[in-house]
Design a protein around this ligand. Structure first.
Ligand SMILES: Cc1cc2nc3c(=O)[nH]c(=O)nc-3n(C[C@H](O)[C@H](O)[C@H](O)COP(=O)(O)OP(=O)(O)OC[C@H]3O[C@@H](n4cnc5c(N)ncnc54)[C@H](O)[C@@H]3O)c2cc1C
Length: 406
């Protein structure tokens, strides 16, 4: 395939990371063409409500769509189109409609897709939650009378789906996880136990410390077989067992694609100043912590990465050559489950061995600090709005902390 266009930044992935980067390219002074290619049929929309308000039937799709900033009004959107390959040495991407596009700058914003369980059994009745279509399909099933739901995975999406299902009046909701507590991976035991208690009090059941061996049923799932042989009756299964990066289209370019796409501290890919990565798919070193490259699947990251990476790309494209300070975001996430909220600032997962209660009590609203080498690296609040505001008060302290030694 040949392609002739120049003076163009191509953005692969038309979701939050792609949109924010298009906007930030303009803010950074890029006046050339911007083409955003997305395989979903929709303009970028907000994903967090998918496991909460959309599933609960409280938010129509129109309320999820982002409103692009005026500066990005001339961006070309090619939706329902997939990028299938990239030839970085030639600065060309290939699309599934058989065309190729030349670029001066390329943005990798293709995000993640749900990991699937590879166990024997039927597929029908098994769901994931990543897209609007996923959430709508699952909602149709959850609102059937008498339905029994098994959620595989006690991470944040699994816990949110379980809470929403109970809120919808689903009579049996069971969360299965090989770990001993929900969300224990990112948050540690103290909050894992507090979460478990809250979910159980509101009717969610748990089968913890056990995996899934298979699914029962002929044409569609009727039960989940656990690793210990127990069978949980299930009309609907939700698989929330992590995600897989959408990077296959970048293969063959000598990049590190072992977990997302590896970037340098300016979010540049493969040592190339003309290729940047943003959002969930970017595995970047964070100068605020130990400099180890990590992916961060939080809503704050598409915007943070877009701001920094767009500046780096435009500096290269416009020949400005100025080196920016290394990227050093303060990760932020929240999760709404039942009527309570988890609000996190910083990197709690790095400080799980030294967890201290900063305020409140795990039975009610609680504020927890995570430390490494005695230094505060993250705070998480669990409870109502006041607890979340308590966590926000630590933001400036976290921003002022010295970088961790690698
Ligand atoms: C159900 C759910 C609930 C969430 N709740 C919260 C929350 O409460 N709090 C929080 O902090 N974060 C939450 N998040 C995380 C947050 O939504 C993500 O971090 C954010 O959506 C990442 O945006 P992104 O643009 O990097 O990736 P994505 O949103 O994954 O977008 C990538 C886009 O690229 C498209 N694409 C993939 N491959 C190709 C290709 N080859 N060609 C063209 N297009 C392609 C994809 O279809 C997709 O549209 C939630 C996520 C989900 C799924």
């Amino acid at each position: 395939m040949t392609a002739t266009t120049t003076g163009r930044v191509v953005v692969a992935g038309a979701s939050m990371g792609g949109l924010r980067t298009a906007e930030q390219l303009r803010a950074a002074g890029w006046t050339g063409a911007i083409t955003v290619i997305g395989d979903e049929p929709h303009m970028p929309y907000n994903r967090p409500p998918l496991s909460k308000e959309v599933l609960a039937g409280k938010a129509p799709f129109e309320s999820l769509a982002f409103t692009p900033k005026a500066a990005a009004a001339d961006v070309e959107w090619r939706l329902g189109t997939k990028v299938v390959a990239a030839r970085l040495d030639e600065r060309i991407v290939e699309l599934d409609d058989g065309t190729a596009l030349a670029y001066d700058g390329l943005v990798v914003a293709t995000g993640m897709r749900p990991r699937r369980l590879r166990c024997p059994g039927p597929l029908a009745g098994r769901h994931t939650v990543r897209t609007l279509a996923d959430a709508q399909g699952l909602r149709d099933e959850l609102t059937r009378p008498g339905v029994r739901v098994v959620v595989v995975g006690g991470g944040f999406i699994g816990c949110e789906v379980a809470a929403t299902a109970v809120g919808l009046g689903v009579r049996e909701v069971t969360v299965v996880d090989p770990l001993p507590l929900p969300m224990v991976g990112p948050l540690g035991e103290l909050l894992g136990e507090a979460l478990l208690r809250r979910h159980e009090e509101r009717g969610v059941r748990f089968a913890l410390g056990t995996g899934v061996a298979g699914f029962e049923g002929e044409d569609r799932v009727t039960g989940v077989v656990l690793s210990d042989g127990t069978v949980l009756a299930a009309d609907v299964v939700v698989e929330s067992v992590g995600s897989v990066a959408n990077v296959e289209w970048l293969e063959g370019n000598g990049l590190d694609l072992s977990d997302g796409v590896l970037t340098d501290e300016q979010l540049r890919v493969g040592g190339r100043p003309d290729v940047i990565a943003v959002g969930d798919v970017a595995r970047f070193p964070n100068a605020r912590y130990d400099g180890a490259p990590r992916r961060v699947e939080h809503w704050s990251i598409p915007t943070d990465t877009a701001k920094h990476a767009a500046k780096a790309l435009v500096a290269h494209l416009n020949g400005a050559g100025a080196e920016l300070a290394p990227f050093a975001p303060l990760p932020t996430f929240w999760s709404d489950q039942h009527e309570f909220r988890l609000q996190s600032f910083g990197a709690p997962a790095l400080g799980k061995d030294d967890v201290r209660i900063l305020g409140g009590d795990p039975e009610g609203d609680v504020l927890v600090g995570y430390h490494t080498g005695g230094q505060l690296v993250g705070v998480v609040a669990l409870g109502g709005q006041a607890a979340a505001m308590g966590a926000a008060r630590y933001r400036s302290q976290l921003l002022k902390q010295p970088a961790l030694t690698p």
